[in-house]
Design a protein around this ligand. Structure first.
Ligand code: UD1
Length: 417
């Protein structure tokens, strides 16, 4: 199993490139199932999660080919309605095929996603929404079995803001009979980019960028080509790395408008931040100021950057409070950071971070995707050597992170022994 060996203490500087957004590409790959013919996505990185989704689409009957940074998805022969346990248990986002399969084939059989390293993650909102659209849903032998001859538009009020449930429902209802209204819909940029893709295919969705979406059902959708948005979480991870450096770091090929709250929090921590249309330059402070954060649905602070921001706060001059309201159990990184001599106490979903002068290298273990990125940032900053085991998590969502960070001054070796 691969591990990273990091020689800490080398400052980052220069320009680092951001790839296309995994969480925007996954739903759009599923949306491509809605129309027979070939859709082409560009700005697609080489990530394990995207390969898992490609595998699933092939099982369903699509042809999927990756050529350089372009993903070609031909959905002409889509005929099989099952997402098997082996794939859903590897990647929860497999549930995204449920909406498109219901719409295209009138039936979807998707393995019930289990828990994962960041806690219990139910799918009740997805199921209630498709039931509202007229699907008959049964849970049998560990599978969700949903059936509907023809979905019918409905008004759906999500009890909670959910990226996945909003996107799945959108993909189910674009070809439903009549009008669907989604209230308290999620507003994440990944939802917007799915709406752009669906509208380009011929869907009629209005209200993008708000919590109130209106969808007029259409009879037919067509394959399209689209360039994928850049990954705001990868960009935010690099911005935080820059905030911990002693020299300026420019994060390129990103969309600063998607990171306003993160930029604000980094400014509160003492960073000077300069943005252009596609770059963010972070000038780190001499002394990092403590800043409290609470994760919230977009445009609030993203839960996917909570662990990375905690590393910055571990080195702040004072005490900060970090609260995760989206995934209350997402704190597996705390004990690993404490092994690197951080001083963090956890009480339920609230971490109290007592800043320390420096971190010290040690052998640690990556627990989930974003926590792994946080541990890499900590290793870059820690004195001496840090060994991070089980880094396969990071390859799910970051394309060659060690090569990118090494190109701006880090010293990370991937040990594949
Ligand atoms: C997506 C992202 C993930 C990110 C999360 C929150 C992808 C592939 N993953 O996950 O990286 O951390 O958004 O920004 O895009 N919930 C329910 N019932 C449901 C669905 C969700 O109670 O049926 C709860 C969740 O437990 C959580 C909250 O709603 O507390 C938000 O989760 P959601 O936005 O659905 O996250 P995902 O779409 O799974």
């Amino acid at each position: 199993m691969d591990r990273f060996i990091i020689e800490g203490g080398h400052p980052l500087h220069g320009t680092i490139q951001v790839s296309g957004a995994k969480n925007a590409i996954l739903p759009v790959m599923a949306a491509a199932l809605l129309a027979p013919g070939k859709s082409v996505l560009s700005n697609v990185p080489n990530l394990i999660d995207l390969k898992t989704m490609a595998h699933l689409l092939r099982i369903i009957g699509a042809r999927v080919d990756m050529v350089e940074d372009k993903l070609h998805i031909d959905s002409t022969d889509v005929c099989y309605c099952e997402a098997p346990y082996e794939l859903v248990s590897k990647m929860r986002a497999s549930i995204y095929v449920m909406g498109p399969l219901l719409s295209r084939l009138g039936e979807a059989r998707v393995s019930f996603p289990g828990g994962c390293a960041i806690g219990t993650r139910p799918v009740d909102l997805h199921l209630k929404a498709i039931e509202k659209l007229g699907a008959e849903v049964n849970i049998e032998h560990g599978y969700i079995h949903a059936k509907a001859k023809k979905l019918k538009g409905a008004a759906i009020h999500f009890e909670k803001s959910s990226v996945g449930a909003t996107i799945n429902t959108l993909m189910a209802c674009v070809t439903a009979e009549g009008e669907t209204e989604l209230l308290n819909a999620a507003m994440e940029p990944e939802v917007d980019s799915t709406i752009d893709f669906l509208n380009a295919m011929g869907a009629k969705i209005t209200g993008k960028g708000s919590t109130h979406l209106v969808i007029k059902g259409v009879d037919e959708l067509f394959p399209v080509g689209m360039e994928m948005i850049s990954d705001r979480i990868e960009a935010g991870t690099f911005m935080i790395a820059g905030a911990m450096s002693s020299e300026p770091l420019t994060v390129a090929n990103c969309q600063p408008a998607h990171l306003e709250d993160v930029i604000a929090k980094l400014r509160s921590a003492g960073c000077e931040i300069i943005t252009t249309d596609t770059t963010i330059t972070v000038n780190p402070p001499k002394v990092i100021k403590p800043v409290n954060i609470t994760t919230l649905p977009y445009p609030g602070f993203p839960t996917d950057l909570q662990a990375q921001f905690m590393v910055l706060m571990a080195l702040a001059d004072g005490v900060s409070i970090i609260t995760d309201t989206i995934f209350p159990d997402r704190f597996m990184h705390v004990s690993e950071l404490n092994r690197l001599q951080a001083n963090i106490n956890l009480n339920l979903n609230i971490a109290t971070v007592h800043g320390v002068k420096s971190l010290g290298g040690a052998e640690i273990m990556a627990t989930d995707l974003r926590a792994s990125a946080a541990l890499v940032l900590a290793g870059i900053k820690a004195e001496g050597e840090t060994i991070i085991n089980r880094i396969y998590h990071i390859d799910r969502g970051y394309d060659k992170i060690e090569e990118k960070l090494n190109s701006v001054g880090a010293r990370i070796v991937r040990d594949s022994a």
